[in-house]
Design a protein around this ligand. Structure first.
Ligand code: AMP
Ligand code: ZN
Length: 138
């Protein structure tokens, strides 16, 4: 039996459940933590124990979702080896989600990091955009 607090899913080993020094379970001032907590509404596209995906409120493309870890990690620059499984899960989810949402002709992934990366929301997220062009942006 897995011990309390560990995800039994084989895709989620115990490193995904370990508290990370550069991150916290939730930041009370973070808009995406509030979405995870259900305090701010979102149009959810996917959810599991560790990840949430929801539609971007200002889409660049016919399909534009954000994949986020439920755990608060501010930026891609804050991740360490303890986040490798989570990052792999985020990337692996992208093609499955695009297929599920009817995207069949390719898609774009994007992670903005920090001020020079034009990151606006400081909770790690991966944009995944697809659908027929032209797009509003990108
Ligand atoms: P970034 O510039 O990479 O930090 O992107 C942040 C993204 O979050 C932008 O594309 C916003 O449109 C999106 N966003 C901000 N607030 C919300 C929200 N409440 N629900 C969905 N998407 C949001
Ligand atoms: Zn957060």
């Amino acid at each position: 039996m897995p011990s309390v607090g560990r995800c039994p899913c084989p895709a989620h080993d115990e490193t995904m459940n370990a508290p990370a020094s550069a991150s916290a379970a939730a930041d009370p001032n973070c808009i995406f933590c509030k979405i995870v907590a259900g305090q701010i509404p979102s149009k959810k596209a996917y959810e599991d124990e560790h990840l949430l995906a929801f539609h971007d409120i200002h889409p660049w493309a016919p399909v534009h979702v954000l994949i986020i870890p439920k755990q608060h990690v501010a930026t891609l620059a804050d991740v360490g080896p303890e986040h490798d499984a989570m990052l792999g899960a985020m990337l692996g989810l992208a093609p499955r989600l695009m297929k599920q949402l009817g995207v069949s002709n390719g898609f774009r992934t994007l992670i903005n990091c920090g001020p020079d990366g034009h990151q606006e929301v400081y909770h790690l997220h991966m944009h995944v955009m697809g659908g027929p062009r032209p797009w509003a942006r990108g």
